[in-house]
Design a protein around this ligand. Structure first.
Ligand code: GFB
Length: 319
């Protein structure tokens, strides 16, 4: 059994995926809280899909705590188009890092899952118990099955080896530093970019994907980071923990909010040849609320911050 020591300000903490949306927010939050021994390594220097390289790096660096936020991610269209990549990358990254953490005696690991792992037809809001009680949505089946495998791996290692590996399921994340690529991005950055470019070029309309009818629950990235650090300190157990806000919007409502924040005055039209994906995926976050965490950033504030950052750093985001 690995000792249940609490992370302290000098603990060696590895954030896997530190350049991504979630990982970079976790790094900011850890620094804000005074953790001063953070380990990060770029994708070029360490390919997390290579088990031997990952094992060697863990043996050399000996992290004590691991936030596993590295993943290949993207919006509904790329999930559907590249299932092989989404499956392989996410299984390999998760399996390699979790196994290396076990082998090198990591004290605690937090795995970042996703709301899409829950069965499409399970009752909503999804409680953690609905995991594996049905099939995932087809458009993100590969990503969901990869993430489910890693969530379960944490549980299996706890059961067999006495490790302290936990997992959490955030709802749809957004915030500064996101991917704004028109094809590969998620809906929030995609619509921010589309409305901004339409306003700048004087276009009369913006095309959004699907019917606009699906519901989504969005969470500002700093709130996920606070929840992740909170869970690392306060929670141990085999059951994954949902991280949500409890509030959902239709994609049509989301488009209206972003349109208003950006100040675009034209029309919004729908491209229904693009998939809607899940009709709805609201999380039941009562477990984390009962533990003592709550989201802090209201949706419109988060969208404004994200939009202002996008405008300020446009050149970085539009390559
Ligand atoms: O954000 P998004 O790609 O992810 O799409 P999912 C959410 C909804 O927004 C879908 C609609 O109904 C899209 O059809 N949408 C409207 C758009 N306009 C756009 C647009 O310009 N770009 C995008 N991307 N969507 C992904 C999963 O699902 O989200 C992953 O495929 C993962 O596995 C992740 O769970 C969080 O919420 O549909």
């Amino acid at each position: 059994m690995i000792s249940r020591e609490k992370m302290d300000k000098h603990s060696k903490i590895y954030v896997a995926g530190h350049t991504g949306l979630v990982g970079s927010a976790i790094v900011r939050e850890l620094k804000r809280q005074g953790y001063n021994s953070l380990l990060m390594i770029s994708h070029d220097a360490l390919d997390l899909r290579n088990q031997q390289a990952v094992n060697d790096w863990f043996k050399k660096e000996r992290p004590e705590y691991v936030f596993l936020a590295a993943a290949t991610v993207g919006g509904v269209v790329v999930n559907d188009r590249f299932p092989g990549t989404f499956f392989y990358d996410n299984v390999a990254i998760g399996v390699n890092v979790i196994h290396a953490a076990y082998e090198s005696g990591v004290k605690k690991l937090l795995y970042l899952g996703s709301n899409c792992i829950y069965p499409r037809e399970a009752p909503q809001p999804y409680s953690e118990e609905s995991l594996l009680k049905g099939l995932p949505e087809k458009t993100n089946e590969a990503y969901a099955i990869a993430k489910i495998a890693c969530v379960k791996m944490c549980e299996f290692y706890n059961r067999q080896y006495g490790t302290d590996f936990i997992s959490c399921m955030p709802c749809n994340a957004y915030g500064p530093g996101d991917n704004f690529d028109p094809e590969g991005s998620h809906v929030v950055p995609a619509l921010i970019r589309k409305f901004y470019e339409a306003k700048e070029t004087g276009a009369s309309k913006v095309v959004m994907w699907g019917t606009g009818k699906p519901y989504r629950e969005f969470i500002y990235i700093d709130d996920i980071a606070k929840a992740a650090v909170f869970l690392m300190k306060e929670y141990s157990g085999n059951e994954p923990i949902n991280i949500g806000t409890g509030t959902e919007f239709t994609i049509g409502e989301l488009a209206e909010i972003i349109k208003c924040v950006v100040g675009f005055e034209g029309e919004v039209v729908h491209d229904t040849s693009k998939p809607d994906g899940m009709p709805k995926k609201l999380l039941d976050s009562s477990k984390i609320f009962a533990l003592g965490w709550k989201p802090e950033t209201d949706f419109e504030t988060g969208i404004r911050i994200t939009y202002e950052d996008f405008v300020k750093n446009e050149k970085k985001y539009i390559k």
